[in-house]
Design a protein around this ligand. Structure first.
Ligand code: SAM
Length: 415
């Protein structure tokens, strides 16, 4: 259903060290953990500067040889979805960015001047990849079909990794009774749509820079194109639950965002972050710090490139302390291991690893272009040459590597 809301454009615990790869491989271990991540894994806030030694010359020394279908066709509750009004389309070939600060529900064409609607829905093209035009350059990764498929694949993988849970915060009752939920950086909206189906009494709002959400959605789901790092139009104390998944890596000012989340949550409401720690880990010695492994190099360069563009790829490792500093209480953490590749013996984890490897392989080009090109000033040729070794490394099942996947949730004090 189209939203009534005005103002938006437009749809216990420690990290991994105690698990062993053997456990992963045998499938006998519960990989959930509940404590602080090891101090050594914590990273500092992004500085926005480019380390001089981040620029390779002339080609980086790669040391080693790293669900659901898109929406209108989504199965399941298709019949219960309603069609929002079609909005004028610019043909998808526009190169002009949206610049209006007016924010409206883009699914509601009757409330949007066609020109704004079309600029909000525009895209920019760069090196054969498609990016969001609204707040052009804010998000470093593409929004094209490949990226949308990757996001949906990661959604399916994340559900499997989390034993089919869509969330961990204790908000089930609030959602069943009927509350307000906000999803920041909703992407294709797949999480919000599945939540909307599961909790019909709750109103779900998904916000993203990119207009890549479907027109057929459950009637309690609303999408808006907006930059969640700008002030929100929502009243204070509005939301029962705010969800942020696979998106923290791109937040420029986490302190400001946490302050905003705090302000707009109801007293007693919860925020939940779900995010990978994007450093390949290994428990069985098949990959050590000395092992030449180009995928580890890739992730390290990606972190440097993202820092140059203004965000911290591994911000999740600092989040618990930041939540506490922002006034949140009852901060809880669950950590899973997300394998990269089909090396685990356990069937569920092998499937997760398969999805993660595919999503990684499909994403290498899009992941690297702006962070490596714009951020680290590599040439396209340098990037492509480096990716040859990275692809070999990602596909090499001798390396039993995984990313820790952290779920961290916290409560705004009740009064
Ligand atoms: C990797 S996708 C994750 C999508 C979704 N959360 C999921 O888990 O399937 C990250 C999304 O965050 C969006 N995003 C990043 N920064 C944003 C911002 N400041 N405001 C709104 N959306 C943002 C991007 O456009 C992108 O669609």
């Amino acid at each position: 259903m189209v939203s009534e809301r005005c103002g938006r454009s437009s749809s216990s615990s420690s990290s991994s060290s105690s698990f062993s790869a053997e456990n992963l491989a045998s499938g006998s271990a519960e990989e959930d953990q509940t404590a602080d991540p090891p101090q050594a894994e914590r990273s500092t806030m992004a500085t926005g500067t480019t380390p001089a030694d981040a620029v390779p010359s002339p080609v980086p020394s790669a040391s080693g040889s790293a669900s659901s279908p898109s929406a209108p066709g989504r199965p399941g509750s298709f019949i219960s979805y309603i069609t929002t009004e079609e909005v004028p389309d610019d043909g998808g070939a526009s190169s002009s960015g949206g610049s209006s600060r007016d924010r409206k529900d883009y699914n509601n064409a009757s409330r949007n001047p066609p020109s704004m609607t079309s600029s909000i829905r525009a895209h920019v093209y760069d090196g054969g990849l498609r990016y969001h035009a609204f707040r052009d350059g804010k998000y470093a990764f593409p929004n094209d079909e490949i990226e949308q498929n990757r996001d949906d694949m990661k959604h399916t993988m994340t559900r499997k990794l989390c034993h089919d849970r869509l969330f961990y915060a204790p908000v089930e009752d609030a959602l069943r009774k009927g509350g307000q939920c906000l999803d920041l950086g909703t992407g294709t909206g797949i999480w919000v749509i599945e939540m909307g189906d599961a909790y019909p009494a709750t109103s779900f709002t998904g916000i993203d820079l990119s207009p890549i959400q479907p027109n057929y959605v459950p009637e309690n789901v609303h999408f808006f194109i907006d930059d969640f790092e700008e002030e929100w139009v929502d009243p204070e104390d509005k939301f029962d639950y705010i969800h942020v998944r696979h998106t923290l890596h791109s937040v420029r000012d986490r302190g400001a965002l946490l302050g905003r989340i705090f302000k707009h949550l109801k007293p007693g409401g919860y925020v939940e972050f779900q995010e990978m720690h994007y450093v390949p880990h290994c428990d069985d010695g098949s990959m050590t710090p000395e092992t030449p492994y180009a995928f580890r190099d890739f992730m390290s360069y990606l972190e440097q490139g993202m820092r140059a563009l203004g965000s911290d790829l591994n911000a999740i490792t600092s989040l618990r302390a930041e939540l506490a500093a922002s006034g949140f209480e009852d901060i809880q953490q669950v950590t899973h291991k997300c394998p990269i590749g089909v090396w685990p013996r356990d069937k569920r984890l092998r499937l997760c690893g398969h999805f993660m490897r595919t999503a990684t392989m499909d994403g290498l080009r899009g992941l690297s272009r702006r962070p490596f090109g714009t951020g680290l000033r590599w040439t396209q040729l340098q990037i492509e040459m480096f990716l040859v070794d990275v692809r070999k490394a990602v596909m090499d099942s001798r390396f039993h590597v995984y990313f820790p996947f952290h779920v961290i949730y916290a409560r705004k004090p009740s009064g």
